[in-house]
Design a protein around this ligand. Structure first.
Ligand code: SAH
Length: 258
């Protein structure tokens, strides 16, 4: 171990929910931890065991939580910081490195590792078919950490560039109108029949997946456990009849502009 303390910090992705989607490397890192730090629903996903101290916190204190984790690791503890999905996607890994950059110079010598996880966008896409089959991008609609004007400017740019767009953090009790505003912006740029997918709690017992169109998406239910995917011009549905959800895919090939 570097730093001479024996401490370490693993930043671990827990995947979308189903334990079978936790990687073997993530599981091994969890098994080796003495302190577990994260937003409380994620900490709750890791079984209790003797020798594991749990430090659950609420969602608004990411950099404080990161500093706490780094200080514990620097004191010689083996620390695991957990995020849902992948820790590098709108989650704790960036907060940890922000804390390292601005914190105690000794933290730069700590043994810090990142264990990837299956992010919500990939879990949702796998349920639907292959909606992310061609160029796509991911945006967080949360304006807690960036101004709403920046969000709409980025969203408009990627809508005009015809990317498939995955929207994380579409809505919450404190942010009730942002998803409607984003869909209204999309409706001004993309065709009304553009497929829109709302994937809620993917791989968890309360999973709910809906395939709709841009014209109707505003009435579809979404909450903070929902990932929204807006199709590109090439995104297609394969109807299956009856109550079966269509397959959704985006072909990899794109015609040359006329
Ligand atoms: N690090 C996480 C994302 C954190 S941001 C990841 O890689 O998945 C939180 C947002 O992720 C939620 O608002 C929702 O949009 C999405 N999300 C996380 N888990 C999800 C799941 N199981 N099903 C659908 N969306 C999910």
């Amino acid at each position: 171990m570097s730093g001479g303390t024996g401490g370490s910090l693993a930043i671990i992705g827990l995947g979308p929910g189903d334990q079978r989607l936790l990687t073997g490397a993530a599981r091994a890192a969890l098994d080796g931890a003495e302190d577990l730090i994260g937003y409380h629903p994620y900490v709750a996903r890791v079984p209790e065991r003797p020798g594991l101290r749990r430090h659950a916190s609420d969602n608004r204190v990411e950099v404080d939580r990161a500093r706490h984790a780094l200080a514990l690791a620097a004191s010689g503890r083996r620390v695991a910081v957990v995020s849902g999905g992948d820790p590098g996607v709108f989650a704790m890994a960036a907060a940890v490195f922000e804390a390292v950059e601005h914190g105690d110079p000794a933290w730069r010598h700590l043994d810090i590792t990142v264990e990837p996880g299956i992010t919500a966008m990939l879990a949702a896409a796998a349920r639907l078919g292959a909606p992310l089959g061609a160029d796509f991008c991911a945006l967080s609609l949360s304006d807690n950490l960036k101004p709403w004007d920046v969000i709409t400017a980025r969203l408009e740019a990627v809508l005009r560039a015809d990317f498939v767009v995955a929207l994380y953090n579409p809505i919450s009790a404190a942010r009730p109108w942002q998803l409607g505003a984003a869909l209204a912006l999309a409706a001004g740029i993309r065709a009304p029949g553009t497929p829109v997918m709302l994937a809620r709690a993917v791989t968890r017992p309360d999973e709910a997946i809906r395939v709709t169109t841009l014209a109707e998406a505003r009435d579809a239910p979404a909450d903070m456990a929902t990932l929204v995917i807006i199709g590109a011009s090439g995104t297609r549905l394969i109807p299956r009849g009856g109550s079966e959800r269509p397959f959704v895919y985006t072909p990899r090939s794109v015609a040359a502009p006329a």
